[in-house]
Design a protein around this ligand. Sequence first.
Ligand code: ACO
Length: 324
Amino acid sequence: MTVRAVVRGVGHYLPARVVPNEAFADRLATSDEWIRARTGIERRHFAAAGETTASMALVAARDALAAAGLGPDDVDAVIVATSTPDLTFPAVATMVQAGLGMTRGFAFDVQAVCAGFVFALANANALILAGQARRALVIGAETFSRILDWTDRTTCVLFGDGAGAVVLEAAPGSGTPLDRGILATDLNSDGRLRELLYVDGGVSTTGTVGQLRMQGREVFRHAVEKLAATAHAALDRAGLTSADVAWIVPHQANLRIIAATASRMQVPMERVVVTVQDHGNTSAASIPLALSVAVAAGRIRTGDLVVTEAIGGGMAWGAVVLRW
Ligand code: ACO
C-alpha cells in the first residue's frame, strides 16, 4: 500500500501592524511607485515589540490544528522553517511544542531561508513515508524585520513578518498521481552562491545577529532560471505536467519573479496565488501564508493539484507537488 502525506488543515498569523510603502519614502530615497513597479509589494506586516517568531508560529499552529479538528497530542512532529529564531537555541519548534501543550512527539527547526518551508514539507513527507510520524505540523515563521538594515533601500522595503502552518497526515493512496497528498518533491542547493544573499553576523563569527545583505539583480536572475526548473523536475517525478496544475503557490518575493516563473511553466497568472502585495517577502512563512489565505478565500479546494516552489539564501531552492 502507498502512504501519502495529506494536508488536513492550514492556518496563519499576521501581526496587526501594517506598513504601507509610503512609510519608507519619509526616510529613504524611494517611493510607493518604485516599490510597486519593481516588486509588486504594496504593504507588509511587522511584528510588535513583544511578538517573536515562536509566538507567531504558535498562533498559526493553533489555527491549523483547529482547521484540522485535532488537538496538540494528536501530532507526532513539529517542524518549523525559520532563519529568524527567538534564540540561538533551543529550536523554535520546541517552543511551539511547549506552547501548544504537547506532552509527546518531537520538534526541530529547518533553516533553508526562503526555501525553508519547501524543505520542511519535504522532510515531514519523508518522516511520514518512513513511518516515523503519522501527523506532522509544518510551520514557516519569520521576523525578518529584526535583521533588516533600515538604511538600505535595496533590501528593507522587500520583507515582512508572519507565520503559516499546515497539518500533514498519513493516508492510504493508490500510488498514482490521482492520490491526494504530496506526490513529489525536488530539493537543491549550491553553497558557492552564498555571497548573493546572506546575513553578515552569527554566533561563531561576529557574535551578533547581523543584517541581511543581497545582490538583488543576481538573486533575481537565479530565481527565474531555477524556480521553473525545480517545479518541472518535481512535476516530472510525479508523472504530471504543467497542464495538470490547478494552482502554483510560489514563494512570494517579487511579482516579476512569480510572473516570469509562471510564464516559463506556461501556467496563466489566473492559476497563481499571489499575496506579495499584502505580505511582502516573509521568507519561509510566505508559502504557508499564501496557502492559508487561498484556502480561506475558497480558491484552493480538495482535489486541486498544487505546486509550491521557492528559492533563497544558500542558495537553496526546491518544489513540492501535492494534491489538496
Ligand atoms: N527605491 C528606489 N530605488 C531603488 C530601490 C528602492 N527601494 N532599491 C534599489 N533602487 C535603485 C538601485 O539603487 C538602482 O539604482 P542605480 O541604477 O542608480 O544604481 C536601481 O534602483 C536599479 O536597481 P536594480 O537592483 O537593478 O533593480 P531591480 O529592478 O533588479 O530591482 C530588486 C531590485 C527588487 C531587489 C530585484 O532585483 C529583486 O527582486 N531581486 C530578487 C530579490 C529577491 O527575490 N530576494 C529574495 C529571494 S530569497 C529570499 O527571499 C530571502
